[in-house]
Ligand binder design. Structure first.
Ligand code: FEO
Length: 178
């Protein structure tokens, strides 16, 4: 039965498993960003709350892109269980530090997957992953620029409110704070 199912997809079991693992990572990222959005909102950092809400939507789109790819190729995309979402953060800065760490982890995941696809001669998935690798350059850039605001502006006095206001101005390729 298993062999018959395999004939319906050109995805190897290994690559399909990796793609499903990544679907889970993206779902986890989306839920984590949602928790970050809620935390910022509760602290009165409205712009950062919106920023993380937008990031959460993007991660869900990434998840769906992977999900659709697996099913389009005749594989079995698994709807992920999402658990262990951090709801509390030590500080405003901690939220942005965790966000950058998350993006770096995701980049490493895609690099690892691309390496496995190349070795397994799955060039179709290898090519599909290029979009995500390119996207990670932008995601890391934005997360890094946001975190840098803490050093550029400083947290003293009204610093955190200034940081919050500047978070919304970060655009890839256009520099950070004005
Ligand atoms: Fe889907 Fe931010 O990586």
């Amino acid at each position: 039965m298993k062999d018959l199912l395999r004939l319906r997809t050109s995805l190897s079991e290994e690559i399909e498993t990796l793609l499903n693992e990544q679907i889970k990572v993206e779902a986890h990222s989306s839920a984590t960003y949602l928790a970050m959005s809620s935390w910022c909102n509760r602290q009165g950092f409205d712009y950062s709350s919106d920023y993380f809400m937008k990031q959460s939507h993007e991660e869900r789109e990434h998840m769906l892109k992977l999900f659709t790819y697996v099913n389009d190729l005749g594989g079995h995309a698994v709807s992920p269980e999402v658990t262990n979402i951090p709801q509390e953060f030590d500080s405003f800065r901690d939220v942005f530090e965790k966000a950058l760490q998350q993006e770096i982890f995701v980049t490493q995941q895609f690099n690892r997957m691309a390496d496995r696809c190349f070795k397994a001669k799955d060039f179709m998935t290898f090519q599909f992953l290029q979009w995500f690798l390119k996207e990670q350059v932008e995601e890391e850039y934005v997360a890094r620029r946001a975190l840098e605001l803490f050093d550029v502006i400083g947290e003293e006095g009204t610093g955190r409110w200034e940081i919050d206001k500047n978070v919304r101005k970060i655009k890839y390729g256009e520099g950070a704070a004005e």
